[in-house]
Each structure stands twice: as structure tokens, then as C-alpha cells.
Design a binder for this molecule. Structure first.
Ligand code: ADP
Ligand code: MG
Length: 349
């Protein structure tokens, strides 16, 4: 697949602070790619660079093989949906969606046809004449998406578009958006700070922190093979401990040696080790190298979540069997449940 957009060595500074620090990113044509990271990490700034609302201090933006770093937004084949989607309050649903086509002075017949297609796409047939003020939050979001797609951009930028919706509606819209993206064959660059949303919707996830890209990969890659403790922690609830590689396929954590499946580290190299709560098996204390005291047990619907005090640290364990607080348990895991990561490079932000 070809790249539709490439960012090359993009740096953005505000007040002498590097907000984006030498960002390199390739976005493939027709993919659903998500920028994921905590608030303030530079997600919106990256979208603004792609949309042309901001010029980087250095670096290049390439669209379809041509440099567009200094091309203004309206000359880019890109549209944006913001969290505050700002529909035109005095216009009805039809006229909101038709707005961009009227600006282009398309014939009315063509406008009616294309708005009709969009209404069908976002499931709002029959709502043409409705005032947008009389729509629910989810319906307003659909109008905003239809309005952004009616011009058939090659690329749609979506900045936390579901942030204002309640959880149930948000989940519905996640599925809807994914369906719309597939059926229109448009590249979506989606921004969220919600890891579950990113993992559910995306072909590719870009994890950011402090103006740096930490990892780029498929949701499965990012979840199963996080490159460092930040990604592991951000993507899923994890137990992360320091350790040292004894040799390939053997790691020491908490003063005990465990078999693992990773290799290629230096002898005695310090590493971070992540163990997911769902990968820890509860056993009798005598059957495990690691034991701990259950501190709390909460029913979470599908499983129990237990906090266990072990080796001077708190461990999170998910189990289908509940253990009473105060009991001692053994904690076991298989070699493939230990994910070994390089120690993180520290950045200033
Ligand atoms: N116009 C601006 N002037 C100064 N600082 C800014 C400006 N825009 C963003 N920032 C800062 O840049 C950082 C990244 O912002 P942003 O890209 O909006 O983060 P995110 O979308 O990931 O929450 C934040 O620390 C923010 O305060
Ligand atoms: Mg933002």
C-alpha cells in the first residue's frame, strides 16, 4: 500500500519548548490510523500539521509524494472533524451537510444526490429538515461526519470526535465510524487518549508521549509487544517490574530467575518486564516461586480483580475465582507471559 501522507523530521516549538520533537510518520492510503497518548503529548498539534493549520519549525509534510509543508489547508485534500463539531445552528441537517457543496457552487441536483448519499451513510435518512439543535449528541456527531465527508476528501482528520458522547453511544459510534471508513475507502487519522478506543478501531496505532512517537504498530503488536514500560502501562493494565537478562531466554526479577521467550539483550542488561493481570495464574503458595497476600478483591463482571501485595509491590491479577482478602496465594506465569522490554530512554517532557 502507498503512503498518502508522510511526516519527515517534524519539529514544532512553542515558547522554546519542543512540542513535537523530530516526528517521522508514514500514513498508508485507506488505513485507519490512530494517534494515542495522554493529554498534552502532541496529538492535536500533529493533526494541525497534517491539516495545514500549523507550519512546523522544521521538517516536511508530504502528500501523495509531493511536498505540501507550506500549502494552506483549503488547498489540501483533507477535512477535519473536531470534538466541538460546531454545526451551523441556524441551518437544518440538509443544509449543514450541503454547505461545502454550495461553496463549490455545484448544481442543486448534484447537491441533493450527494447529501442523500451522506444521509444514508450516517443513518440519518428522514432527518433532512430537522433543526440541528433538536438532535441528540450522537446525531449531531453524525451530521458533523457527513459534512466533513461530503466533499470526498482523501483524508479525514478526527480529533477526539467521540469525546463528548456517553459510553454506550461512544461504543456504537466507534463501530459506525469504522464501517463508514471502510465503505468510503478514505484514510482516517483519528486522535484519542482512550486506549480501548484506539485498539478497537485502528489498523495502525501510534503511541505518543511528550512530543515523541514511542511505538507504531497494529493493535495486536502494540498490546502484545509493547516497546517500553510507558506503552505497556498506557495500553493495558500491567504489572511492570525491573529485571536483568541473565542470558537469552532467562530473566531475573525480584531476586528469582524465570524462563522467558525473549533474547538478543546484553548479558545482565537491565530491562523492564511486563506481566499482564490476565496472564497471572493463582495457585497454592507452595506451587509458585512468587507468593503474596491478597489485599482486595472486586467483582468486575467477567472476572475478579485482585490486588496482591508481593515482594514490596502491588500486583494486579484477574481471575475467574475469587480469593478472600488476607489469604496468601501463589502467582504463576508461563515463559511467554513475561514481556521483556528495553529500559526506557528518558525525554525531557
Ligand atoms: N498554540 C500553542 N501555544 C503554546 N503551547 C501550545 C500551543 N498549542 C499546544 N501547545 C502545547 O503543546 C502541547 C501539546 O498540545 P496538543 O498537541 O494539543 O496535545 P494533545 O492533543 O495530545 O492533548 C501541550 O503542552 C500544549 O499546552
Ligand atoms: Mg488534543
Amino acid at each position: 500500500m502507498n503512503n498518502i501522507v508522510s511526516l519527515r523530521d517534524i519539529t514544532v516549538e512553542f515558547d522554546d519548548e519542543k512540542i513535537l520533537d523530530s516526528i517521522d510518520l508514514d500514513i498508508k492510503d485507506k488505513e485507519f490510523i490512530t494517534l494515542l497518548g495522554p493529554s498534552g503529548c502532541g496529538k492535536t498539534t500533529t493533526l494541525r500539521i497534517i491539516g495545514g493549520f500549523l507550519t512546523p519549525n522544521s521538517g516536511k509534510v508530504i502528500f501523495d509524494g509531493k511536498e505540501i509543508t507550506n500549502v494552506p489547508p483549503y488547498k489540501r485534500n483533507v477535512n477535519t472533524v473536531f470534538q466541538r463539531y460546531a454545526l451551523f445552528p441556524h441551518l437544518n441537517v440538509f443544509d449543514n451537510i450541503a454547505f461545502g457543496l454550495r461553496v463549490q457552487k455545484l448544481p442543486e441536483k448534484e447537491i441533493i444526490r450527494r447529501v442523500g448519499e451522506m444521509l444514508e451513510l450516517v443513518n440519518l435518512m428522514g432527518y433532512e429538515k430537522r433543526s440541528v439543535n433538536k438532535l441528540s449528541g450522537g446525531q449531531q456527531q453524525r451530521v458533523a461526519i457527513a459534512r466533513a465527508l461530503v466533499n470526498r476528501p482523501r483524508l479525514l482528520l478526527l480529533d477526539e470526535p467521540l469525546g463528548a458522547l456517553d459510553l454506550k453511544l461512544r461504543k456504537e459510534m466507534q463501530i459506525e465510524l469504522k464501517r463508514i471508513q471502510k465503505s468510503m475507502e478514505i484514510t482516517f487519522v483519528f486522535v484519542t487518549h482512550d486506549q480501548e478506543e484506539a485498539l478497537t478501531m485502528s489498523d495502525t496505532v501510534v503511541v505518543m508521549k511528550g512530543g515523541h512517537i514511542q511505538q507504531i504498530g497494529s493493535p495486536i503488536d502494540i498490546y502484545n509487544e509493547p516497546v517500553n514500560s510507558f506503552v505497556a502501562d498506557f495500553i493495558g493494565e500491567s504489572n511492570i517490574v525491573s529485571g536483568a537478562m541473565i542470558r537469552d531466554r532467562e530473566v531475573e526479577i525480584l531476586g528469582r530467575r524465570f524462563e522467558c521467550v525473549d533474547g538478543g539483550f546484553g548479558a545482565n542488561e537491565h530491562v523492564d518486564v511486563v506481566i499482564r493481570p490476565e496472564d497471572i495464574k493463582v495457585s497454592a503458595p507452595s506451587e509458585a516461586k512468587l507468593t503474596g497476600i491478597v489485599e482486595s478483591t472486586i467483582f468486575k463482571g467477567v472476572h475478579y480483580e485482585m490486588i496482591v501485595d508481593a515482594c514490596d509491590g502491588k500486583w494486579k491479577i484477574q481471575s475467574t475465582k475469587a480469593v478472600e482478602p488476607g489469604q496468601e496465594i501463589g502467582m504463576r506465569f508461563d515463559p511467554e507471559d513475561l514481556h521483556i522490554m528495553k529500559k526506557m530512554e528518558e525525554h525531557r517532557r
